[in-house]
Design a protein around this ligand. Structure first.
Ligand code: NAD
Ligand code: UDP
Length: 313
């Protein structure tokens, strides 16, 4: 089996590539390093089955040889990062997805789209099942990401329905773990970095908004199971353990043995007030559910960032 993983130098893409390599796949990784890190490719280069192409998937990709899968993970994912790159974010999910779906047609490969819980916007239904259509502000700041992912889902369905391409769509809920970019501005990396460097933890708004945090290994296992099916409708992959940002700050302080000040900043525009996946579909279809508790996953992530600091210092 040969797979093309876009966004292979990113957080999720590098873990997914490594899992596929371990499972005996040949993997071609693609990345343009817009938010990726060279260090995430190092563990992949240890496998003879890994090849890397530095390229921008907004442009059509030429690739020789057979291909069984294209797994499209290229896209900025952190709000501060995608807000700085609006066109790159919209285009990698729209034009990028289209070129990759075209490549699937040519190669007769299956396609997996990394969609997001953001397609539910600031949800009015809680928890969110796949049948919920969402509540997105089409002209708000986050729409460059949310609407691009919604379009990518639509495009994926159109290729499936019109051309019979074998497709999968996953809606990923907040996922964290080793290999995240320490400076990507997401809440888990911010809090861990602040805790490890003895700085106050930055809470946006009053910290009462909720998110549900999934450890990356659980996500990868869900993806592998979905690849073993022919199921083309969206599947939520997330951990239903739900935390307010204040609770998350307290937990990270406890796990890192700190007791720092909290500073309160403005809540970003259209920041979703609550988010929690309904994972009934993944449970029934894939016999999957998260195995790593938030407490264990955060401990592993804190350890990773501590080691990284030691390597860098
Ligand atoms: P990330 O920023 O760490 O990784 C994304 C990778 O894509 C980076 O290496 C980046 O350089 C690359 N990339 C972006 N545009 C590209 C382009 N035009 N051509 C080639 N490479 C490009 O983010 P991540 O957290 O690993 O997210 C990966 C995917 O999963 C994204 O599609 C994201 O939308 C989706 N997702 C992630 C989460 C999460 O919590 N981590 C949640 C929902 C959805
Ligand atoms: N957040 C916070 N402090 C930070 C970074 C983020 O309170 O230093 C909040 C943010 O406003 C949001 C939540 O944490 O409500 C999750 O933010 P993140 O950027 O990780 O992902 P999102 O789910 O918003 O895409």
């Amino acid at each position: 089996m040969r797979a093309l993983v876009t966004g292979a130098a990113g957080f999720v893409g590098s873990h997914l590539s490594e899992r596929l390599l371990k499972d005996g796949f040949e993997v071609v990784g693609i990345d343009n390093f817009i938010t990726g890190q060279h260090r995430n490719l190092e563990p992949l280069r240890a496998y003879p089955g890994f090849a890397f192409l530095e390229a921008d998937v907004i442009e059509p990709i030429q690739l020789e040889g057979d291909l069984d899968w294209i797994l499209h993970f290229a896209s900025p994912a952190s709000p501060p990062k995608y807000l700085k790159k609006p066109f790159e974010t919209m285009l990698v999910n729209s034009e990028g997805s289209r070129h990759l779906l075209e490549l699937c047609r040519v190669k007769n490969a299956a396609f997996l789209l990394a969609s997001t819980s953001e397609i539910y916007g600031d949800p009015l239904v809680h928890p969110q099942p796949e049948t919920y259509w969402g509540h997105v502000n089409t002209i708000g700041p986050r729409s460059i990401y949310d609407e691009a992912k919604r379009y990518a889902e639509t495009l994926t369905m159109a290729y499936h329905q019109t051309f019979g391409v074998s497709t999968r769509i996953i809606r990923i809920f907040n996922t964290y773990g080793p290999r995240m970019d320490a400076l990507d501005g997401r809440v888990v990396t911010n809090f861990i970095n602040q805790a490890l460097s003895g700085k106050p933890l930055t809470i946006y708004g009053e910290g009462q908004q909720t998110r549900s945090f999934q450890y990356v290994d659980d996500l990868i296992e869900g993806i592998r199971r979905l690849m073993g099916t022919e199921y083309h409708l969206p599947v939520n992959l997330g951990n239903p353990e739900e935390y307010t940002m204040l609770e998350l700050a307290t937990l990270i302080q406890e796990l890192s043995g700190t007791n720092l000040k909290l500073v309160f900043g403005d809540l970003p525009t259209d920041d979703p007030k609550q988010r929690k996946p309904d994972i009934t579909r993944a449970r029934e279809l894939l016999n999957w559910e998260p195995r790593v508790s938030v407490r264990d996953g955060l401990s592993r992530t804190i350890e990773y960032f501590q080691q990284l600091d030691m390597v860098n210092s």
